[in-house]
Design a protein around this ligand. Structure first.
Ligand SMILES: [Zn+2]
Length: 299
């Protein structure tokens, strides 16, 4: 009887802790902002960081669309916070600019093209690469870190789990080995590297929060941004590639962990409810086409 009571108490406790997981201020160690009192960043700009054509959509929608072509957008985001600028993801390498042959992370599957450089887009709003104080990376796939080397003086923010993963010995999956080798090359050795362990409040005021969403890669993260007029916006990284995948919790075959990928999508859904947040999906070309593009911005 006592055992049963104990078990019941433990069950209630675990259920309570699970329920509180995404509730800000549930405990002092929560890094997620308070939806009511979070401060705001001033401006959020979308940069065109490339687009790509893949020859088999079923890699992203397992069991469906075998052999069908699909086009993806690649998006970077720039956030103004007081005197600082933070770049979220660094896109397809500028070396691919206007090259009709394109550039690839996995040549048998996908080819990327770049029509505009990050440097030129920053110049459109009067910025130089040296004005970007922080570069935060959702993960280390080449189409997200292609231009990190343009920002040698910026602090590079990424999850420690991601850094450890790309530095780990090769496994049996050749695609994954190729992606890791490319990641090491594109990342180089950042002078100011800040390795993160889970959720991180970047400016300490709840305006810009890195949110741990592993599964696509071991140290994948998304970004929660709070703006005065637009409210909360979640920038996906590759926690999901397409709106249709988000609706079905479909997990691409290239992801490193299926169950964790689904848990991360669930976490994003709960956060969308908590913060009444919009989700901007990096690679969803149809959605991206509806979003503002630099020099326009969200505020
Ligand atoms: Zn990716």
């Amino acid at each position: 009887m006592l055992g049963q009571t104990k078990a019941a108490v433990s069950f209630v406790l675990v259920a309570f802790l699970l329920m509180m997981e995404d509730m800000p201020h549930a405990n002092a160690s929560s890094k997620l902002p308070d939806p009511i009192n979070a401060d705001v960043a001033e401006e959020l700009f979308r940069l065109d960081c490339g687009h790509s054509l893949a020859n088999d959509k079923s890699v992203w929608t397992p069991g469906e669309n075998v052999g069908r072509r699909i086009e993806f957008s690649s998006t970077c985001w720039l956030i103004k916070h007081r005197s600082e600028w933070l770049l979220w993801d660094a896109g397809v390498p500028e070396a691919a600019l206007n090259d009709p042959r394109g550039w690839s992370t996995l040549p048998k599957l996908i080819v990327y093209h770049l029509d505009k450089s990050i440097t030129d887009q920053l110049a459109e709003i009067g910025l130089r690469t040296s004005d970007i104080t922080r570069v935060a990376l959702s993960h280390t796939h080449g189409d997200h870190i292609g231009n990190v080397l343009l920002f040698p003086n910026s602090t590079v923010l990424m999850q420690r789990a991601e850094y450890t993963w790309i530095s780990s010995p090769d496994g049996t999956n050749d695609n994954v080995n190729q992606l890791k080798a490319l990641a090491r090359k594109l990342l180089g050795t950042p002078r100011h590297l800040q390795l993160l362990d889970g959720d991180t409040d970047v400016f300490g005021d709840g305006s810009v929060t890195l949110v741990s969403t592993p599964g696509h890669t071991p140290g994948h993260q998304s970004l929660l941004v709070h703006l005065m007029n637009s409210g909360f916006i979640i920038l996906s990284g590759d926690v999901v590639h397409l709106e249709e995948n988000f609706e079905k919790s479909a997990v691409p075959t290239l992801n490193t962990d299926k169950a964790t990928s689904i848990a991360s999508m669930d976490r994003i859904r709960r956060m969308m409810a908590t913060y009444k947040a919009k989700l901007f999906i990096n690679h969803d070309k149809a959605q991206t086409g509806t979003l503002k593009l630099l020099p326009a911005f969200y505020d």
